[in-house]
Write a protein that binds this ligand. Structure first.
Ligand code: ZN
Ligand code: ZN
Length: 632
């Protein structure tokens, strides 16, 4: 009778779940058609039916039920624990699943207590017990308990089980004991699978040891998508962006389909490098694999298009996203601001708050940037105040940077100085550098002198400060001071950061430095530069030599700026792009005044759009004008 009732109730349970969850039911056992994971509500419902049928303490029935619950993303450990203790002679299967629930819970350490209980009541653990126990110790970062578990693994004889070994490597990596993890990894080379390698690889990635990641990746007997994703992530997180993109290419050549993590990572690498072709390629991979426009992918695409100079495309993605989170909005607001579309950024921010989202500090970086790029001084001050008063966000150095830029742009240099002096922590020298730039633009020689000298004291090795100060003197035609500052710079051997410009063409990156003759097509490039110079000269362009030091001969001065890296990149762009195509360049330093004029002239005379991304913003050169309105 009991056997009949048990079968009957199991069948009815599984039919109920089958109807709801499965299209095809397997029929060899009623239990096998229970869904793989159950919600707490469903479990309780089933549990209640078992109790009313008098089968509540049946370990054979409760085991699979708890196992299905343990598969769900958030397993309620107290409930499992209570069920475990309600059963008189629990089996190891039930114990393991209860430990598994603990591993996922807020209190993973509890599973060690359960294990101790198991041992006391004579319940023999198996390899799953240790796998779940080690998972718990990893999640709890319980080093001492984990080491004890390791001892039991060896003592009870599961040291050669690959799942348990993977758990051990994972546990030591999670607890930042990379050396111990490597020791376990090396101990039994015959007892490894692709997961073991991936776990070790992940440990090195998290530890930032990119050299060891590369080495291990090279030694792997087989690699799956996870291995590639770890390698690519390792490169990108360590700033080796080009290597990351190269790995992505190799992975695709092997015919592997990327996962979401890889796509988001390579989108970020393309964005950081400003490589539109590369970014577009990733987008086409996303479309061809039919990846849904999830929040991470959509946000990655917005960021990539914005940072690669295609703000319109970023808007298309933003509007197409079915679901957005704060990061998606931030990417769009910051993107609009970086492109000088301040009003649009602010109205998007208003929409963002009216839809009930709560801004975070990055949102305000975008908002304040939008105000500063559009010259909205009082609006900027309003948002700066709103940030701390309405949202309780303490301004960080970046927010101060935006405010200093905002005030400096408007010529309110003394107000900006006031603000910097009010900052409670040591202000970043970048704030003073920003202000120095403002002094130069507004011709404030005395203030500039004061700030410039302060900066040189703060950071005597930073070349840019000397150049800016010398620029201020040059603008005021104080040539003796220009010479003095220049000598000071040479004497102190300031580090000169080499300027470079990057252009993407025919699937390759081409990097130029000033006066570069390293490119295989350099004779053509210089010839093209001459032609461009001649044409824009006829169009009325005159080289402006004032930012260059006074003690260079006039002609030399002209030559020195004629060969700045972005000009070589532009000339190369003329060689490799079709007539009328936009030329996109990424530059690491600020664009100099003369190259800015040069680019404007080229955009007018040749009717070419040129988009330059420099250290902090975009310059869209079109029909002789620039989107930055000549303030940068
Ligand atoms: Zn230049
Ligand atoms: Zn500009």
């Amino acid at each position: 009778m009991l056997a009949y009732r048990r079968t009957h109730i199991l069948l009815s349970l599984s039919i109920q779940f089958t109807n709801r969850h499965f299209s095809a039911a397997s029929s060899h056992s009623p239990l096998s058609s229970l869904p793989r994971s159950l919600s707490l509500g469903q479990t309780k419902q089933a549990h209640a039916r078992l109790i009313t049928a008098g089968l509540g303490a049946d370990t054979q029935l409760m085991g699979p039920l708890i196992a299905a619950l343990a598969h769900s993303p958030s397993a309620p450990s107290e409930y499992c624990h209570a069920v475990f203790h309600s059963i008189q002679n629990p089996r190891v299967f039930l114990a393991n699943n209860t430990i598994r629930c603990f591993a996922k819970s807020e209190s993973p350490r509890e599973s060690v207590g359960l294990y101790a209980f198991m041992r006391r009541s004579g319940l023999q653990p198996n390899n799953y017990t240790f796998t779940f126990l080690l998972q718990s110790c990893s999640n709890a970062l319980a080093l001492v308990e984990g080491i004890q578990v390791h001892a039991h693994v060896v003592k009870i004889g599961f040291g050669e089980d690959v799942f348990v070994r993977n758990g051990l490597v994972q546990f030591y990596c999670a607890c930042c004991k990379i050396e111990c993890a490597k020791k376990v990894f090396d101990e039994s080379p015959q007892c490894r699978d692709v997961v073991t390698w991936n776990v070790m690889l992940g440990g090195y990635v998290r530890d930032g040891q990119i050299g060891l990641v590369e080495k291990l990746f090279g030694e792997m007997p087989e690699r799956d998508v996870i291995s590639w994703s770890l390698m690519i992530m390792g490169y990108v997180q360590n700033g080796k962006l080009e290597e990351g993109l190269q790995s992505f290419k190799e992975m695709r050549e092997k015919g592997l389909v990327p996962n979401e993590a890889i796509l988001v990572t390579v989108l970020s690498a393309s964005a950081q490098l400003g490589l539109l072709d590369q970014g577009r390629l990733v987008h086409s991979v996303i479309s061809s694999c039919n990846f849904p426009l999830s929040v991470p992918i959509g946000t990655g695409l917005i960021d990539m298009y914005a940072k690669c100079g295609c703000i319109d495309q970023a808007k298309v993605v933003f509007n197409a996203m079915p679901e957005k989170d704060v990061c998606s909005w931030n990417a769009m607001i910051c993107g609009l601001a970086a492109h000088g579309l301040g009003m649009e950024a602010l109205s998007l921010f208003e929409r963002f708050t009216s839809e009930g989202f709560c801004p975070v500090n990055v949102t305000f970086v975008g908002v304040l940037n939008a105000c500063s790029r559009t010259g909205l001084v009082s609006k900027g001050q309003h948002y700066f105040k709103m940030m701390s008063e309405n949202y309780g966000i303490e301004p960080e150095m970046e927010h101060y940077g935006c405010m200093v830029d905002l005030l400096g742009r408007a010529g309110l240099v003394p107000e900006a100085m006031d603000l910097i002096e009010k900052i409670s922590i040591q202000p970043d020298p970048v704030l003073w550098t920003t202000l120095l730039g403002a002094c130069k633009i507004h011709g404030l020689v005395e203030l500039g002198e004061q700030i410039g000298n302060k900066l040189i004291q703060l950071d005597p090795t930073h070349d840019g400060n000397y150049v800016q100060l010398a620029g201020i003197y040059a603008k005021a035609r104080k040539w003796a001071d220009v010479v003095r500052i220049r000598r000071l710079m040479v004497d102190r051997r300031a580090n000169k950061v080499a300027g470079w410009s990057l252009i993407e063409a025919q699937g390759r990156l081409h990097r130029f430095v000033a006066g570069d003759k390293g490119h295989e097509r350099y004779p053509e490039i210089y010839k093209m530069l001459q032609i461009i110079g001649k044409r824009i000269g006829e169009g009325g362009y005159m080289p402006n030599v004032s930012p260059v030091m006074h003690d260079i001969e006039e002609e030399e001065k002209e030559n020195a700026i004629k060969e700045h890296s972005e000009r070589l990149a532009i000339a190369f762009g003329f060689l490799v792009t079709a007539c009328g195509d936009c030329i996109r360049i990424v530059k690491n330093l600020r664009v100099c005044g003369d190259c800015h004029d040069f680019s404007k002239a080229v955009s007018k005379v040749f009717m070419r759009e040129i988009i330059v991304r420099d250290g902090s913003r975009f310059h869209h050169f079109k029909e002789g004008n620039c989107s930055c309105l000549d303030y940068w």
